[in-house]
Design a protein around this ligand. Structure first.
Ligand code: FMN
Length: 221
C-alpha cells in the first residue's frame, strides 16, 4: 500500500479533540502548503489556531466538535467553480494533516460562521471550514455506497475502479455520497452530481481522491 492509500484508508472525521497544541513545525508545514495552494489556485485559505469559540458548545447531537481549537477557513473569490476548487484543495490539506498525525473534520454547518477569525474580502466567500488538531481517537469506518451504486458504465479499466474505490473513502457532507462516475474512454471521466447541500464541495474532494486512486491525469468532462 502506498502512502496516499494508507492516508486515505486511515482518515476518518474526528469530532472529539485533545487539549494539545499543534507544534510550530507542523503549523509551518501546513501554512507552507496552504500558501502554495493559494498562489497557484488564486484562493485565500487560512489556518487559524487557538480559537475555540467558533465551535458551538450547545450542539448536543450530530456535528458537535468537542475540544477543537483550530480550523482551516476555506475562502476564495466568489465564482461558480469556487466550491469544487475549495473541496479539491481542502482535501489536499486534510491528507497532509493526516500524514502529520493530526485529525480533521470538514464542517459546513455546525460552527459559528460570523465569528470566524479569517480575513474575507468583499469579493470573497467562505464556503466552510475544516476542524484540525490532535484527536481523542482515530475515528472509525462508516457506511459506504458500493462501486456499482456510483458507476454508470458497464466496462471500465482497472485504474478507473481504483479511482472509484478511493472516491468512496472520501468525506462528503452528512456522508451523502451523491456522486456518480461514467467512463468515456481514454482518460475521460464524467461526474454526475446529485442534488443536495454542499454537493459541489463534495465533488471536489471526491475528484482529488479519484485522481490519487487512478494514479494518472484524468480528463474531467
Ligand atoms: C462539505 C462537508 C461538510 C461537512 N459538514 C459537517 C458538519 O457541519 N458537521 C459535522 O460534524 N460533520 C460534517 N462533515 C463530515 C461528514 O459528516 C463526514 O465526512 C461523513 O459522515 C463521512 O465520514 P468520514 O469523514 O469519517 O469518512 C462534513 C463533510 C463535508 C465533506
Amino acid at each position: 500500500m502506498d502512502l496516499n492509500e494508507k492516508l486515505i484508508r486511515e482518515r476518518h472525521s474526528v469530532r472529539n479533540y485533545l487539549d494539545k497544541k499543534i507544534e510550530k513545525e507542523k503549523i509551518d508545514i501546513l501554512n507552507n502548503l496552504i500558501s502554495n495552494i493559494n498562489k497557484k489556485e488564486d484562493l485565500n485559505i487560512q489556518l487559524i489556531v487557538d480559537d475555540k469559540d467558533v465551535f458551538d458548545k450547545f450542539i448536543l447531537s450530530y456535528g458537535r466538535l468537542k475540544g477543537c481549537s483550530n480550523y482551516i477557513a476555506l475562502i476564495g473569490k466568489s465564482s461558480k467553480s469556487l466550491e469544487e476548487k475549495l473541496g479539491y484543495n481542502g482535501e489536499k490539506i486534510v491528507l497532509k494533516a493526516q500524514e502529520l498525525g493530526l485529525k480533521t473534520c470538514w464542517v459546513g454547518g455546525t460552527y459559528k460562521k460570523s465569528i470566524v477569525k479569517a480575513h474575507i474580502a468583499d469579493d470573497e466567500t467562505m464556503v466552510c471550514i475544516i476542524a484540525i488538531g490532535y484527536g481523542e481517537t482515530n475515528g472509525r469506518d462508516r457506511k459506504s455506497k458500493t462501486i456499482d451504486e456510483v458507476v454508470i458504465s458497464k466496462e471500465y479499466p482497472d485504474w478507473f475502479k481504483k479511482g472509484v474505490e478511493f472516491a468512496l473513502l472520501a468525506p462528503t457532507a452528512i456522508n451523502q455520497q451523491k456522486f456518480k462516475f461514467e467512463y468515456l474512454g481514454d482518460s475521460k471521466v464524467k461526474t454526475h452530481i446529485g442534488f443536495g447541500h454542499l454537493t459541489k464541495v463534495d465533488i471536489g474532494i471526491v475528484k482529488y481522491h479519484f485522481e490519487l486512486g487512478a494514479n494518472k491525469k484524468i480528463e474531467w468532462i
